[in-house]
Design a protein around this ligand. Structure first.
Ligand SMILES: Cc1cc2nc3c(=O)[nH]c(=O)nc-3n(C[C@H](O)[C@H](O)[C@H](O)COP(=O)(O)O)c2cc1C
Length: 232
């Protein structure tokens, strides 16, 4: 590295302990499906949502909308939508369907807080950065969810991203305007312990790929890119 690069980097670098904390939270964030009930105090929830809201977004469109579910009947209806889609997914998975059915894929009944994240309606008017890739709105909202996920882990709270639902039915259930699209049901709250490894690995569903197999220079990896265990 050049002397100049070294100098400018060290000017802006965080202290070692801060850097370690960042890498640690990234490594120790887990998708959680087992929760210990309880609650999330309002100040912490506000901090988490503010962290989500600081996310980058294409053309600064801030497409995310957060809906906090506090009505127990709504929570139970969302749980039902997820159960239905989980069954359909098991059917669609063919020979791995029975194995899939044994996985725990959500913690809706036990988490302290349930949040639905949606893309706002009327996204078509945002063209900056989306003309050729309209899905950059989803990418932006995903950045917000990742912020929330990492901040929650640092606060000692678990979070699980549930995407097993029919977005149109969930939008209808929550009275969202036409064009608004739910992308996540987030289970958030205290957990007894964090999984040491991704649960899909712990249960033998799949194995994560090492970074070096996914990294290439000036093109695609010569041997092609391997994939994780196919679902079916
Ligand atoms: C966009 C997205 C949707 C997901 N949807 C679900 C889901 O519906 N149910 C589930 O159990 N896990 C879901 N996950 C969690 C993944 O299974 C999990 O991130 C992956 O297995 C790696 O584990 P880790 O997050 O603990 O590192 C989702 C993750 C992402 C990023």
């Amino acid at each position: 590295m050049s002397e100049r690069s070294e100098r400018t980097m060290s000017t802006h670098r965080y202290p070692a302990s801060d850097r370690e904390a960042i890498y640690r939270v990234i490594a120790e964030r887990r998708d959680m499906r087992h929760f210990a009930g309880g609650e999330v105090d309002p100040e912490t929830l506000q901090r988490l949502l503010a962290a989500a809201h600081r996310a980058p977004s294409v053309g600064m469109m801030q497409p995310w909308r957060f809906c906090r579910i506090t009505d127990v009947r709504l929570r139970s209806s969302i749980g039902e939508l997820v159960r239905e889609e989980t069954e359909r997914t098991a059917e669609a998975l063919g020979e791995r369907g029975a194995e899939f059915s044994r996985l725990k894929v959500e913690g809706i009944a036990d988490c302290a807080e349930l949040l639905v994240v949606a893309l706002t309606e009327d996204r078509e008017r945002h063209i900056f950065g989306r003309r050729t890739m309209p899905q950059m709105d989803l990418a932006s909202a995903s950045c917000a969810i990742q912020n929330l996920w990492l901040a929650a882990r640092a606060e000692g709270l678990g979070m699980g991203w549930v995407s097993l639902f029919d977005p149109e039915r969930l939008a209808e259930l929550l009275g969202f305007p036409v064009g608004a699209e739910p992308i996540a049901v987030l289970c958030l709250g205290p957990v007894d312990e964090f999984y040491a490894r991704p649960m899909l690995e712990e249960t033998g569903w799949t194995t994560a790929l090492p970074l070096d197999e996914l990294l290439a220079e000036n093109g695609w990896p010569a041997d092609g890119v391997p994939t994780t265990t196919p679902s079916a």
